[in-house]
Write a protein that binds this ligand. Structure first.
Ligand code: SF4
Length: 253
């Protein structure tokens, strides 16, 4: 039995896949996006953080076996099924704990299962896991490799390889673009993204996610350094018409 670390389970989620869902946040992420709003989910290990406003300390991260996590999900599964939903595995980066995720998915055969991923993983892992799900929500932050390294700390080679695989896999997918002002909201990035996914066999839509300045408050609350490498006050550009030119449906969330 595999164990893993989660840092939250959100009930009644409505933006993490179809219907009303549970979202499980797996702890740990190999990226360090300049706009990340879940700093408590980046370190793979449980950690103690102190709220500087209240002085209250809290441990983020709970170690569970796959059976324990599946058991918790199943407690309310009928309710979520009745509302067209299921469970979504998010993070952090859920693919950072592949054995734990894979075993948990295998224990939930009758539930609609979604993963929300950056796509940063070994291709073999990505291929195995996505075929255990009903929907993949994949972030595609930017196509340009130099910018990706600059703003996330990682090369996007495996992400683009996994994206190409996803597009021809037949697994339903939603491509999500976090719209970061002045970083990836230019016409060139939108067009290059559309070019990559235009022939996808099972693309549901593209979702453009606005950047929220509130991310900074969480860092401040827990005394974590936050130095975004972009102008947080600038308005993002949302070019849904570029995706329409490629025959792709896109929405702004
Ligand atoms: S991939 Fe997601 S969780 Fe990881 S650093 Fe980027 S925004 Fe944060």
């Amino acid at each position: 039995m595999n164990s893993g670390v989660i840092f939250d389970i959100k009930e009644f989620a409505i933006y993490d896949g179809p219907g009303i869902r549970q979202t499980v946040f797996l702890k740990g992420c190999p990226l360090r996006c300049s706009w990340c709003h879940n700093p408590e989910g980046l370190d793979p290990a449980p950690e103690l953080l102190v709220n500087r406003n209240t002085g209250i300390s809290r441990v983020f991260g709970e170690v569970l076996t796959a059976a324990e996590l599946a058991g918790r999900i199943l407690e309310n599964a009928d309710y979520y099924h009745a509302y067209g939903g299921g469970v979504t595995f998010s993070g952090g980066e859920p693919l950072l704990q592949p054995e734990f995720l894979s075993e948990t998915l295998s224990l939930l055969p009758d539930i609609h299962k979604t993963i929300e991923t950056s796509g940063f993983s070994e291709p073999d892992t990505f291929r195995e896991i996505i075929h255990m799900t009903d929907l993949v929500m994949m972030d595609v932050k930017m196509v340009d490799t130099g910018k990706h390294i600059k703003y996330t700390g990682q090369d996007n080679g495996c992400i683009l390889e996994n994206l190409r695989y996803l597009c021809q896999s037949g697994v339903p997918s939603i491509i999500r673009i976090p719209v970061i002002p002045g970083v990836n909201d230019d016409a060139d990035n939108y067009a290059k993204t559309a070019e990559l996914i235009k022939d996808s066999k099972s693309l549901v839509r593209v979702e453009l996610l606005p950047f929220h300045k509130t991310a900074g408050a969480k860092y401040d609350m827990y005394g974590i350094d936050y130095e975004p490498m972009f102008d947080v006050d600038r308005e993002g550009q949302y070019s849904t018409d570029i995706f329409a030119d490629y025959g792709i449906t896109s929405v702004i969330l």
